[in-house]
Design a protein. Structure first.
Length: 292
């Protein structure tokens, strides 16, 4: 019998945190909260402790970043002899978590499975109403962090989340570690997770005139994406050149994305400035937290 845990990393959470964690928190053996909030929201934490008596609450008293918070959660789960840990964002909730637990039980003893991942957005309301409970899966090379079941035995062998990244592409870095270790990531299309990424904005097709909604990030996140992708390219480029390399990253981050910012996004100057600060910090080897 495997022992499961779940962790959610908090950063100044809103009231939706209660609805989100309710979809999974009481269905695992250990529930861990790592709080990166600038100011502890005592009323929210007290209510969560009341709702989940087995809650393990860890207050960092500052924003230490997603990588450090995840490492703390994994260390805590290992200390409590857990085999797998569910890594959650505070704005994520499951549609069918019980099905996910069933899929985990089927895969838990398969050697070389490092991570299980749900469907985080490739579905609509009709899919939610008509989803099936089967555990059909496919291998992926990379997935986002939220909603993953992470094999803690593999975590111990391949290495931790990279604290140098602070936030952004922390998930991609860990997936690259998995690739190098020749382990597997399994994606379950029928396990549905509602998850938010960035802010919505309108994009008009210059040829058809049709409006589509896309997502964009603020300048602070633009900085981290630029710096951290360059860092990953230098870290893994020689070992996994087909997956990531400096030329490919530079083309995407400093040509394709700047073009997109100039054509479609707000705060054009601030975002382009953020990208070049990220480039400069990559070149001088500055990592961790930085506020523009």
């Amino acid at each position: 019998m495997i022992k499961t845990s779940a962790c959610v990393v908090l950063y100044n959470p809103g009231s939706d945190i209660f609805e989100n964690v309710a979809t999974y928190a009481d269905k695992v053996d250990e529930f861990i909260i790592v709080d990166n909030s600038d100011i502890q929201q005592k009323e929210t934490i007290d209510k969560l402790k009341l709702l989940y008596p087995k809650l393990i609450y860890i207050n960092n008293n500052a924003n230490l970043g997603i990588a450090t918070a995840l490492n703390i959660a994994c260390d805590t789960a290992i200390k409590h002899e857990c085999d797998w840990i569910l890594t959650m964002d505070q704005d994520s909730q499951f549609v069918n978590f019980q099905d996910y637990l069933h899929c985990l039980q089927l895969q838990a003893n398969n050697i070389g499975i490092a991570l299980l991942a749900p469907n985080t957005g490739r579905f609509n309301n009709n899919d939610i109403r008509n989803h099936t409970a089967n555990c059909e899966s496919e291998e992926k090379s990379s997935v986002i962090t939220s909603g993953n079941f992470l094999n803690l035995h593999v975590f111990n062998s391949i290495g931790r989340f990279d604290d140098a990244l602070f936030i952004d592409v922390v998930d991609y870095d860990y997936c690259l570690k998995i690739q190098l270790a020749e382990c597997k990531i399994l994606f379950f299309k029928n396990i549905l997770l509602k998850h938010q990424l960035g802010d919505m904005y309108k994009r008009k097709n210059l040829i058809t005139g049709k409006i589509k909604f896309k997502r964009e990030h603020n300048p602070q996140r633009v900085y981290y994406f630029a710096r951290n992708y360059l860092y990953l390219a230098s870290k893994y480029g020689k070992r996994i050149p087909h997956e990531i390399n400096l030329l490919k990253v530079f083309n995407i981050v400093f040509i394709h994305e700047i073009t997109k910012i100039l054509l479609y996004e707000d705060q054009k100057f601030n975002k382009i400035y953020a990208k070049f600060v990220g480039l400069f910090h990559f070149l001088i080897g500055k990592h961790g937290k930085y506020t523009l």
